[in-house]
Design a protein around this ligand. Structure first.
Ligand code: SP5
Ligand code: ZN
Length: 340
């Protein structure tokens, strides 16, 4: 039976809202996503493995210490400042061009600090955000442990997601890059190269940036074309491709056939690897409120099969997927395909 790793602490992040075009809109990355997946997997007979606490060493191989320490203390510092917002949200951004590439000064105002680390206004921090984000890293590392100890396949049922976080910046509903931590740890445990195949509907820009030029982690991402107006907007194009990175942007409305062809291409790119990380977002599915890719449940099962044919030790990390009625079944379909 497939082992899936779980921590109740992943439920502690309740963003409540996203600030989008200056407006407070309801949060899409909610705790019920994880509980819905958990219910479906338990009903299907999967085996739950309790997450084990890990130190920060793997985390600090992929993220700057300054980002980690900011996230660790951000809510406490914000709450103590008695501000009129109940979530940490940036209002100024320390763009490197603003300071001519020099290090920006450490701002005296608490409300200016998020602008050193955030790249959007959608990714709010509140009580429990740090605990959940850090717990998600532990879930991912526990899933790596299972595979390093001989399981052919493990699944990290974690949130908040991570693939949009770069070495030093958070955004896209993500705080710590669980997928990147898992890939880096697999390199250390199994040996490189390790491949990340990201089938979330959005480009895995953070993972791409973290492993750029490293050579020991291959990154491939299948996603809705940012050039058609989709997050992360500035990245995810074929122009970023090289020997170790493959972007496969797809037009809105692509559907199973085109999406699976791209998944096959990404999988072939991953073939030289000794271990595989699947960044599993199920937001490419038809009916998902956050993407227009129109993939079916059968498509997700086939994607799992295609990835499974690599016959590599495989760690699956949960990324996006926002339709609460289908998120569990879509994850189960993918894992079932992978396990065949
Ligand atoms: C991990 C993941 O799937 N992150 C996706 C983040 C992209 N969110 C983009 C949201 C763009 C505007 N949303 C409008 C608000 C509707 N609720
Ligand atoms: Zn996504």
């Amino acid at each position: 039976m497939l082992p899936f790793v779980w921590s109740d602490d992943c439920l502690r992040h309740e963003p409540d809202a996203e600030i989008w075009v200056g407006t407070r809109t309801p949060a899409t990355e909610v705790p019920a996503r994880a509980t819905a997946i958990r219910e479906t997997l338990l009903d299907a007979g999967a085996r739950v493995v309790a997450s084990v606490a890990h130190g920060d060493s793997a985390l600090l191989t992929v993220h700057d210490r300054a980002l980690v320490e900011f996230l660790r203390g951000a809510w406490e510092e914000w709450a103590a400042a008695d501000l009129p917002s109940d979530r940490v949200v940036p209002y100024v951004f320390a763009r490197s061009e603003l300071t001519g590439g020099r290090e920006p000064a450490a701002p005296a105002a608490v409300w200016a600090r998020p602008g050193l680390f955030a790249y959007d206004t959608m990714t709010l921090i509140g009580p429990g955000t740090w605990e959940a984000a850090r717990a998600a890293v532990d879930v991912a590392l526990t899933a790596v442990d299972l595979v390093a100890e001989g399981e052919p396949l493990s699944y990290a049922c974690c949130r908040p997601p991570g693939h949009h976080v770069t070495r030093s910046l958070y955004g896209g509903s993500c705080y710590l890059n669980n997928t990147a931590v898992a890939a880096a740890e697999l390199v250390a445990r199994v040996g490189g190269p390790v491949a990340v195949v990201d089938i979330d509907a959005h480009h895995g820009n953070g993972t791409q940036e973290i492993f750029l030029g490293r050579g020991d982690v291959l990154t491939a991402s299948v996603h809705v074309d940012p050039g058609a107006g989709w997050f992360p907007h500035f990245l995810g194009f074929p122009a970023e491709n090289d020997d170790a990175n493959l972007n496969l942007p797809l037009a809105p409305g692509t559907g199973d056939e085109g999406w699976l062809a791209a998944v096959r291409e990404a999988t072939a790119f991953a073939a030289p690897a000794r271990a595989l990380v699947v960044a599993l977002g199920v937001d490419a599915a038809a009916g998902d409120p956050e993407s227009p890719l129109e993939v079916s449940a059968a498509g997700y099962r086939e994607a799992g099969q295609i990835l499974g044919e690599l016959q590599l030790p495989t760690v699956v990390i949960q990324e996006g997927g926002y339709d609460l009625t289908t998120i569990g079944p879509l994850v189960l379909e993918t894992l079932t395909g992978l396990a065949r």
